[in-house]
Design a protein around this ligand. Structure first.
Ligand code: AQP
Length: 333
C-alpha cells in the first residue's frame, strides 16, 4: 500500500476550505492507503500564535479531523512537534534548497504581505519543513488543495537535489492528489481570495464549528453579483463569487457544476443561497456536534496525538537517521 502524508496548521478553526480541499479527501484515502495525518504546529508558529490558543487549536483541529472520519487507530494522527525527525530533516533541507527556489514561492509573497523584511525566517523556509514532513516518511502521495501544488514541486526538487548531491536514490518523488470539485474554496467576501482560517474577517469563511444560524447568516451575506445564475458552467467565467458558491454546492452535494446549474440556472441568488445554507448545515452539523463531544475530554485527544506521534517517530526516526548518515553526520556507536 502506498503511504500518504498530509498536514494541516492549527492556526485557527478549520474551515470549509480545509474540509473540501483536504480533510474530506483524507477520509476517502484511508480505504486503500497507509495514512499519516499531522497537525502541523511547527508550521503554525511561522506567524505568531498565542501559546494557550495554539494548544487549544491543536486539540480542536485533531478533534475535527477525527469527527470528519479519520480513524487514528488504523492510521496515524499526530502533532508535528511530537516527532523531532521533522525538524532534523528540515535543517538538512534548508541546506539543500536554494534561495532562488524559495523566492519563487507565491504563498510566502501572499503571507508575508508588503513588509517582507518583517516576516519570520520560518515563514520563508516553510516549504523546506513541508518537504521534510513528507520525505521523513518516504511518503509518495500527498493530498492537498490546489494552492499547495507549488510547494510539492519544490519538495520534489529538494528530493532530486539531495539524491544528486549525495549520489543516492534515497528520497522518492511525490505525487500530489488534488480533488477536482472545489479544489479551491474562495472567501465569501472576495471570490478572488482563498478562504482562510486566519483571515481577519470571520464573515469570509465557514468555520467547521459554526452553528446553523451562523452558517445561514454568512451564506446570506456572501458577496454575489447582480446577474441571475447562468444555466451553463461557461457562464461562470469572470464571476468569481458565483463560481465559488456553485463550486461549494457541487462539492457538498456530490453533483457536477453542470447539474447544479441545470437546477438553479436563470434564478436569482436568494433561493440558491437558502438551499446552499441548508446543505451546509446538513453536512457540517453532525461533524461540529461530534467535535464538541470529543473536545469535552481534552486529555483523551492529547493521548491520541502522543500515541500517534510515537508510531510516527518509529517510521521517520530511522529514515532521517539514514539521511543524516548520508550527509556525513556521526552515527551513535
Ligand atoms: N480555501 C481552500 N480551498 C481548498 N483547500 C484549502 N486548504 C486550505 N484552504 C483551502 C487546504 O487545507 C490544507 C491545510 O492547509 P493548512 O492549514 O496547512 O494551511 P493553509 O493552506 O494556509 O490553510 P489556511 O486555512 O489558509 O490557513 P492559514 O489561514 O493559517 O494560512 C492544505 O492541503 C490546503 O491546501
Amino acid at each position: 500500500m502506498q503511504r500518504v502524508f498530509s498536514g494541516i496548521q492549527p492556526s485557527g478553526i478549520p474551515t470549509l476550505g480545509n474540509y473540501l480541499g483536504a480533510i474530506r479527501n483524507w477520509v476517502a484515502l484511508q480505504a486503500d492507503h497507509d495514512c499519516l495525518y499531522c497537525v502541523v504546529d511547527l508550521h503554525a508558529i511561522t506567524t505568531w500564535q498565542d501559546p494557550a490558543v495554539l494548544r487549544q487549536q491543536t486539540r480542536e483541529m485533531a478533534a475535527t479531523i477525527i469527527a470528519c472520519g479519520i480513524d487514528p487507530e488504523t492510521h496515524i494522527l499526530f502533532h508535528q512537534s511530537g516527532v523531532p525527525a521533522h525538524a532534523r530533516l528540515a535543517w538538512i533541507f534548508n541546506c539543500v534548497a536554494r534561495i532562488g527556489w524559495l523566492n519563487r514561492m507565491t504563498q510566502f509573497k501572499d503571507k508575508a504581505g508588503k513588509d517582507r523584511e518583517a516576516a519570520s525566517a520560518g515563514l520563508y523556509v516553510y516549504p523546506n519543513l513541508m518537504a521534510a514532513d513528507i520525505h521523513a516518511y518516504h511518503a509518495t502521495r500527498v493530498p492537498v488543495g490546489d494552492d499547495q501544488k507549488q510547494h510539492l514541486e519544490l519538495a520534489n526538487d529538494i528530493a532530486q537535489k539531495f539524491n544528486h548531491d549525495y549520489g543516492v536514490e534515497f528520497f522518492p518523488q511525490i505525487q500530489p492528489l488534488i480533488m477536482p470539485e472545489a479544489a479551491r474554496v474562495m472567501s465569501l467576501r472576495d471570490g478572488t481570495k482563498k478562504m482562510s482560517k486566519s483571515d481577519p474577517s470571520d464573515q469570509s469563511r465557514i468555520n467547521m464549528s459554526d452553528d446553523s444560524e451562523t452558517i445561514a447568516a454568512k451564506v446570506k451575506r456572501a458577496r454575489t453579483d447582480a446577474e441571475p445564475l447562468p444555466s451553463e458552467v461557461a457562464g461562470l467565467e469572470g464571476r468569481a463569487e458565483a463560481r465559488n458558491l456553485v463550486g461549494i454546492y457541487a462539492a457538498l452535494s456530490g453533483r457536477s457544476q453542470t447539474e447544479v446549474l441545470t437546477q438553479f440556472g436563470g434564478q436569482g441568488f436568494a433561493s440558491f443561497k437558502n438551499d446552499l445554507a441548508d446543505l451546509m448545515v446538513e453536512k457540517l452539523g453532525p461533524i461540529a456536534a461530534e467535535t464538541r463531544r470529543l473536545l469535552a475530554e481534552p486529555d483523551h485527544i492529547d493521548r491520541i496525538l502522543f500515541a500517534g506521534a510515537a508510531r510516527a517517530e518509529a517510521i521517520a526516526g530511522p529514515i532521517v537517521a539514514e539521511a543524516e548518515r548520508l550527509v556525513g553526520f556521526l552515527q551513535r556507536p
